[in-house]
Structures are given as structure tokens and as C-alpha cells.
Design a protein around this ligand. Structure first.
Ligand SMILES: NC(=O)c1ccc[n+]([C@@H]2O[C@H](COP(=O)([O-])OP(=O)(O)OC[C@H]3O[C@@H](n4cnc5c(N)ncnc54)[C@H](OP(=O)(O)O)[C@@H]3O)[C@@H](O)[C@H]2O)c1
Length: 309
């Protein structure tokens, strides 16, 4: 496994993160096997959110399963996210909600601290001073060691940074061969012939690189938002042909190459794998054995439906 020392943040964390959004589908025993498999593969980073599963079911399943794995708390890096309340039909980054969310995550995960807490997706009514107060309290009580954001644009990060004292070390953003809007607009800038020129995030990737914020790529294999996996999907024949051909040269699966494409970007992102199938997770971890050439990276980008302007 390729490990990362996060600038201003945790050291020796895995480039592949196990995303636990789909963990409610597993029994406690199967969840324990999945966590143990991840650990055997060198993954020490687990991503959660209060909204994964009804009433925090993903965190609860992990908390019930973890003692059965034989792992120690210090062997793993536990991250959770707060603020999404689909049940209440609102997003909430108020001080009270952040504090209550963390208490709930700690109880469900059966731990006394989160290694990282991310604000999940902007609350349109957020007050950065309130957030700073919440973070100060959580940090001083030792309940959260590192902080970050998810799906947040540069100026909103600047606004947070004006008040929040702790460094914001992660930004979780969607990025994959299919959903590559994070990089597309830079290539097609000022080009009216394609919507790919539209800057949908105010240049957040370069902002994160400039400000030493590590990007975590979510849904690295999904078509659109949760429409299924593009590997072996009949709607992506050209991409699958190139994934397969390059995979053969490295002796790894198409899935590994799709993840290696993300890891090859010089931003040194982490990739969050959502599979709950141990064989798929093994394939994904093979990505860290591959260092794609500059030309192979472009072959994959172009095969995913883009063109050189
Ligand atoms: N910050 C945010 O807003 C946000 C949003 C969404 C997700 N996330 C995070 O990102 C993580 C990953 O999201 P995701 O689950 O949508 O992403 P993903 O890893 O791109 O997709 C996983 C899905 O693809 C399926 N799949 C089919 N063939 C596969 C193969 N060969 N290899 C691997 N998977 C295959 C998996 O099914 P099997 O289980 O059968 O393999 C699973 O249903 C989540 O767990 C969560 O932690 C964050």
C-alpha cells in the first residue's frame, strides 16, 4: 500500500480509503471480515458520515464489527462527516448540530475520538464563527484530532479559514474517469463548443494544491451519481478496452487501472473505495502497485469521452 504523510495533518495514512457508506448492507460478521480484509491489504483509513444508513447505521455497524477484527483502535484512522440531514430536509453546520453529530458518531463507532471530522456539504446558512467555536471545543476536549471539508469551494474555505484555528487538511470531492469535471474545465477553458469548459467548482483542485489540502476522491468508479460502476459496463466500450489493455501490461484488473488513474495525478489524492466485496477491494488496492505513464494517463482520459481541444 502506498502511504501518505498529510501536510499539517496525520502521517502514514493509506492512499486507498475504505468508504463505509454501503456497510449497512452487511451483517456485523461480514462487516468485521471486510474491515479485516482492508487492514490486511494495508488500508488504515475508514470514511464515515452521520447520514450513511438510517440513524447512523453505517457507523453503528462498524462500531459493532470492529471489536471482532482483532485490530486495535490505534491501528486505524477513523474519519466521519456531519451536516447532512436528509431526514429533516436541511443541511446544518450550526455549532449545536456539529457537537451533537460528533457525540453520536463517537457513541456509534464506540470510540473516544475521531481522527478527522469533515463538514459534509455546505449549509447555505453557515456561520464560520460558530463553526470555529465548535471545532475549538472538540479539539480541546480531544474528541477530534483533525478537521476538513467535503464538496466545498475555495471562497467558502477562505471564509472558514478566517475564523477556524485548526488547519483544514482534507477536502472530499467527486473525481473519477467518468466524473472528471474537477480537471476538465482547465483543459477546455474559454471553449464554447463544450460544456466541459464550465468551471463548476471555482478551481477547487488547484486551490487545494496551493493550500496543502489533501483531496479525497469519492465514488471513484461510479457513473454519474450512483448509476453503477463503469468497469465492464456496456455503455463504456472504449474506456473498458483501454483499461483492459493497460491492465494487461501491468498484470492487474481494469478496476486497478481506473483507480491508478486517480492516484497518478500529482495532487497526490486519496481514493475512497465504496465496495463491500473483498475481491473488488483487492483489485482496487493493486492500483498502488501501478505508476501509469504520462501517455497512458492521457489514453485513459481520452477513452472516457474527452478530446484534445
Ligand atoms: N463526500 C461525499 O459527498 C460523498 C458522496 C458519496 C460517497 N462518498 C464516499 O465515497 C465512498 C465511495 O462511494 P461509492 O460507493 O459510490 O463509490 P465507488 O467505489 O465508486 O462504487 C462502489 C460501487 O461500485 C460497485 N462495483 C461494481 N463493480 C465493481 C468493481 N469491479 N470494483 C469495485 N466496485 C465495484 C460496488 O459494488 P460491490 O460492493 O458489489 O463491489 C459498489 O456498489 C463512500 O463509501 C463514501 O465513503 C462521499
Amino acid at each position: 500500500m502506498d502511504m501518505l504523510n498529510v501536510k499539517n495533518g496525520p502521517q502514514n495514512v493509506s492512499r486507498i480509503i475504505m468508504g463505509c457508506m454501503r456497510m449497512p448492507a452487511l451483517s456485523v460478521d461480514d462487516a468485521a471480515r471486510m474491515i479485516a480484509t482492508a487492514s490486511e491489504l494495508g488500508i488504515n483509513f475508514f470514511d464515515h458520515a452521520t447520514c450513511y444508513g438510517e440513524n447512523g447505521e453505517a457507523e453503528k455497524r462498524f462500531g459493532d464489527a470492529f471489536p471482532k477484527t482483532g485490530l486495535k483502535r490505534e491501528d486505524v484512522f477513523l474519519q466521519s462527516k456531519c451536516g447532512l440531514h436528509f431526514d429533516r430536509k436541511e443541511f446544518d453546520w450550526s455549532k449545536q448540530d456539529i457537537l451533537e453529530s460528533v457525540e453520536g458518531s463517537l457513541a456509534r463507532l464506540k470510540t473516544d475520538h475521531l481522527d478527522a471530522l469533515l463538514l459534509h456539504r455546505p449549509d447555505l446558512l453557515f456561520d464560520p464563527e460558530e463553526i470555529a467555536e465548535a471545532f475549538d471545543k472538540l479539539y480541546s476536549e480531544g474528541k477530534v484530532l483533525h478537521f476538513g471539508i467535503s464538496n466545498v469551494m475555495p471562497y467558502q474555505i477562505e471564509l472558514l479559514k478566517k475564523y477556524v484555528k485548526q488547519p483544514l487538511v482534507f477536502n472530499q470531492l467527486q473525481f473519477s474517469l467518468d466524473q472528471s469535471q474537477l480537471i476538465d474545465s482547465a483543459l477546455y477553458l474559454n471553449n464554447k463548443t463544450t460544456d466541459r469548459s464550465i468551471d463548476r467548482d471555482n478551481g477547487v483542485l488547484d486551490y487545494c494544491r496551493l493550500h496543502e489540502i489533501t483531496v479525497q476522491a469519492w465514488s471513484p468508479l461510479q457513473i454519474g451519481m450512483f448509476k453503477g460502476c463503469f468497469v465492464d459496463h456496456p455503455d463504456f466500450p472504449e474506456l473498458n478496452e483501454v483499461l483492459g489493455r493497460i491492465g494487461e501490461t501491468y498484470g492487474v484488473s481494469k478496476t486497478a487501472i481506473a483507480i491508478a488513474w486517480i492516484l497518478r495525478h500529482p495532487a497526490k489524492m486519496q481514493a475512497i473505495a465504496g465496495t463491500m466485496n473483498p475481491d473488488h477491494l483487492r483489485d482496487i488496492c493493486d492500483a498502488t502497485k501501478v505508476n501509469l505513464t504520462h501517455n497512458e494517463w492521457y489514453q485513459l482520459y481520452l477513452a472516457s469521452g474527452k478530446f484534445l481541444p
